[in-house]
Ligand binder design. Structure first.
Ligand code: GAR
Length: 217
């Protein structure tokens, strides 16, 4: 069992996937606080509907990023949070926050990192012409989308994809692998060695993927 603080800025479909996994007894975790920088985030409605405590801090009420993060850390610690889950939280985390939760902050990102860090990445994947994209759950470090990778899921990029269609295909996988990564943490099965995360009793799908699949040979 692990106590979660979930940080959101937008729609909160990943928050919903985590709530659903807990309610279905697939995920051994308890959501202690849903935290947002955006008072209008639909994710906050989701939290209310499920009776979860929430807190909003506005950036304009703080003199610096660090001051904001110190207050956020206090709220999370006061709620007994052990693992921080960034679920569409569109703010960079500063050092005091990282130091308060060392290797205890996870993020999900809608690309196969280290390809396409940052914003608008589904559009960038379509425009670049990559044949596969996907999503990455990783621990957060000082860099942008650069911490040790826990799980990735791959989806094909199809020739008539728009960024919106690709986003939906990726989101479906996000909703699957984020609760899985949290469950692995909860079971104590994640071991971080440098940049690499080892999953006790995990296994890889063997076999290559190709897209487009052609039948020449
Ligand atoms: C998700 O696609 C998540 O991967 C992305 O924001 C979306 C949030 O959706 N996060 C990032 O781009 C962080 N760099 P949600 O609010 O419906 O969970």
């Amino acid at each position: 069992m692990v106590n979660l603080g979930i940080l959101v800025s937008g729609g909160g479909t990943n928050l919903q996937a985590i709530i659903d996994s807990i309610e279905a007894n697939r995920l051994d975790a308890s959501i202690r606080l849903v935290f947002s920088n955006n008072p209008n985030a639909y994710a906050l409605d989701r939290a209310r509907r499920h009776g979860l405590p929430s807190k909003v801090l506005l950036k304009e009420d703080f003199p610096s990023r660090e001051a904001y993060d110190n207050e956020a850390v206090k709220a999370l610690k006061d709620s007994g949070v052990e693992l921080v889950i960034l679920a569409g939280f569109m703010r960079l985390i500063t050092k005091p926050f990282l130091d308060a939760f060392p290797m205890r902050i996870m993020n999900i990102h809608p690309s196969l990192l280290p390809s396409f860090p940052g914003l608008d990445v589904q559009k960038k994947a379509v425009e670049w012409g990559v044949k596969f994209s996907g999503c990455t759950v990783h621990f957060v470090d000082e860099g942008l989308d650069s911490g040790p990778i826990i799980i990735q899921a791959v989806v094909p990029v199809l020739e008539d994809d728009t960024p919106e269609i690709l986003s939906q295909r990726i989101l479906k996988e996000e909703h699957r692998i984020y609760p899985q990564a949290i469950q692995l943490f909860s079971e104590g099965r994640l071991e971080v060695k440098g940049r690499r995360v080892f999953v006790r009793d995990g296994h890889a799908d063997a076999g290559p993927l190709e897209n487009p699949r052609v039948t020449i040979f």
